[in-house]
Design a binder for this molecule. Structure first.
Ligand code: COA
Length: 162
């Protein structure tokens, strides 16, 4: 059976922490979809379409990885699209409580063939979040090495546009 995995998030922007999880998950599963969520509670720097394009560009070297967007209940998207695995990254113990709650709630909602699988974030990136990346960049700090080069270019352009 082909394994279809999903890695979700807002990815505003995608960071090298996300990239590390994606590259490792792409080796573990036959197909990996990056599901960009429309999260109405987050004020995003990049539009959904901009994020989809930026992420697709940054992941061009991974042939079994595709990018999609979705809104609403994660479990519905997972069940409707026949995913077997939902990949989550754990950066530190601070992520654990939130993630276990979400995984246990999702376990009730997922079809019974679906598992949530956790990968430990590389310690090189365990301190970053998309919000911190945006804050440091907007204040003129360097984020080189923390986001893919394509994303850094777009972020520089977004500052130039303002
Ligand atoms: N490296 C670097 N940063 C990482 C990371 C990693 N490996 N993993 C997570 N992060 C960062 C993200 O960039 C994000 O930063 P931000 O809050 O500054 O934007 C933060 O950690 C949280 O990430 P995540 O938990 O993936 O949040 P999200 O908003 O990106 O995605 C969903 C949240 C999509 C997983 C969740 O809201 C969801 O499933 N929503 C659907 C609705 C639903 O079904 N709800 C019921 C759930 S039981």
């Amino acid at each position: 059976m082909k394994t279809k995995a999903l890695y979700t998030g807002s990815f505003d922007p995608l960071t090298n922490g996300h990239m590390n999880i994606i590259e490792r998950a792409a080796k573990l599963y036959d197909e990996l979809t990056i599901g960009i969520i429309v999260n109405p509670s987050k004020k995003c720097l990049f539009s959904l379409e901009e994020r989809r394009r930026m992420i697709s560009d940054a992941l061009r070297h991974l042939p079994n990885v595709s990018v999609d967007c979705f809104s609403g209940l994660l479990a519905r998207y997972v069940n409707d699209n026949g995913f077997n695995v939902v990949v989550r990254g754990l950066r530190a113990t601070m992520d654990f409580e939130y993630e276990i709650q979400m995984a246990q709630m999702n376990a009730r909602l997922f079809d019974e063939t679906v598992e949530t699988v956790f990968l430990m974030t590389d310690p090189k990136y365990s301190f970053i979040s998309s919000s911190m990346i945006k804050e440091v960049h907007s204040l003129g700090g360097s984020i080189e090495g923390l986001v893919p080069d394509e994303i850094l270019r777009k972020m520089d352009e977004s500052i130039g546009d303002k």
